[in-house]
Design a binder for this molecule. Structure first.
Ligand SMILES: *Cc1c(COP(=O)(O)O)cnc(C)c1O
Length: 384
């Protein structure tokens, strides 16, 4: 049976050119970048070259890039590091985030509230999961430590007006973070255009390896390390750098960012065909996320009276790999916090389906998917 991968928001396959770039650092080039000798210098050079490559793409200085072990770690460091530093520096106590953040942001903020007594506030979002910059401006306080608003949402594809949000925060002297782990695979990322102080990246969402990420930290942004030990990464992240993965991340980021326009044209035409056909041919379905301000590869839906996890399993049996936004934690399925934040009722929110396309997706893949989906949705509805 042919398997068709439609889950590029979960992860992407490694680009062959990225693997090629990584390979020497698994064998001959094995030095520790912190070592003084020749071996160390060669490894250090590779890490610094990768830092320069990523900085050039983001429009920042190399020393503003901190390598981490993943997108989640970047989010953790941004939130925890900025909150701790702002409290120490000026007694700031308030954390302001959107209700549609990735768990790496929201769970970190929840922990800062529970264990460190920060005052956590959620911004309102509209029915598409977008933050209104004016609403943010009203909620900023003198003691706000950090604001975090996701750039491109992983579950519903919606893009946030990060540049406007960033401008407001920076004018008020409040550090602003954006999780661009999804965005970086599809959108130009210039940290000055986006007006952010902190920005998270994760390599495996843009055809790089799993287990490596980066955090952009604008010069002057106060941050405490949350992983302490050696003085690697300018003292902001202790631990010997993962040299092959860092080299791979830089290669993947450059490849992706250099071909954004071509990929966008390919992906958005497939996506539009997918969305148009599903909305037309299947009854009681809604698009989730913004109809226009959304990732070019991202189609997400809710079907009324469908168990999203059941639909995923039926799709898998037919060879299609997709995703859903509902997690079955204790036997009682619950819509995800993102879908709940959109104001969807339980009977709609449980029937979510996310279809995300990538560089290897073809028109034939989409046609094959559209040929089976209506029948599977109908079958799924009979079971509930
Ligand atoms: C995947 C993802 C993360 C987590 O990245 P990892 O590298 O898998 O830890 C964070 N935020 C968003 C928006 C993501 O899509």
């Amino acid at each position: 049976m042919k398997h068709i991968y439609l889950d590029y928001a979960a992860t992407t396959p490694l680009h062959p050119q990225v693997l090629e770039a990584m390979l020497p650092y698994f064998s001959g080039e094995f030095g520790n970048p912190s070592s003084v000798h020749h071996y160390g210098q060669r490894a250090d050079h590779a890490v610094e070259l990768a830092r320069e490559t990523i900085a050039a793409q983001l429009g920042c200085q190399p020393h503003e890039i901190i390598f981490t072990s993943c997108g989640s770690e970047s989010d953790n460091l941004a939130l925890r590091g900025a909150a701790w530093a702002a409290r120490e520096q000026r007694g700031a106590n308030h954390i302001l985030i959107s209700p549609v953040e990735h768990h790496a942001v929201s769970q970190t903020a929840e922990q800062l509230a529970a264990l460190f007594d920060f005052d956590l506030e959620y911004l309102p979002v509209d029915e598409y999961g977008r933050v209104n910059p004016a609403e943010l401006a009203q909620r900023l306080r003198r003691d706000t430590a950090i604001v975090s608003v996701i750039h491109a949402n992983n579950e519903i594809g919606t893009l946030n007006p990060v540049a406007e949000i960033g401008a407001i925060c920076r004018q008020r002297g409040v550090a602003v973070h954006s999780d661009s782990v999804q965005g970086a695979a599809h959108l130009p990322i210039d940290v000055n255009t986006l007006n952010v102080d902190l920005l998270s990246l994760g390599a495996h969402k843009f055809y790089g390896p799993k287990g490596v990420g980066a955090l952009y930290v604008r010069q002057g942004t106060r941050l405490h390390p949350s992983q302490t030990g050696g003085s690697q990464e300018f003292g902001l992240r202790a631990g010997t750098q993962n040299v092959p993965y860092i080299v791979g991340m830089a290669e993947a980021f450059k490849l992706t960012q250099d071909h954004l326009d071509a990929h966008k044209a390919h992906l958005s035409s497939l996506r539009d065909h997918l969305i148009g056909t599903i909305l037309e041919e299947i009854p009681d379905v809604r698009l989730t996320g913004h109809p226009v301000e959304r990732l070019p590869n991202h189609a997400s839906f809710v079907f009324e009276g469908v168990d999203g996890n059941h639909l995923l399993m039926m799709l898998d049996v037919e060879g299609f790999a997709c995703s859903s936004g509902s997690a079955c934690k204790t036997g009682y399925p619950e819509p995800s916090s993102v879908l709940s934040a959109l104001g969807l009722s339980h009977s709609w929110g449980l029937g979510s389906l996310r279809v995300t396309l990538g560089q290897h997706s073809t028109a034939e893949d989409v046609t094959a998917f559209l040929a089976v989906l209506p029948r599977l949705v109908e079958q799924s509805r009979k079971i509930i």
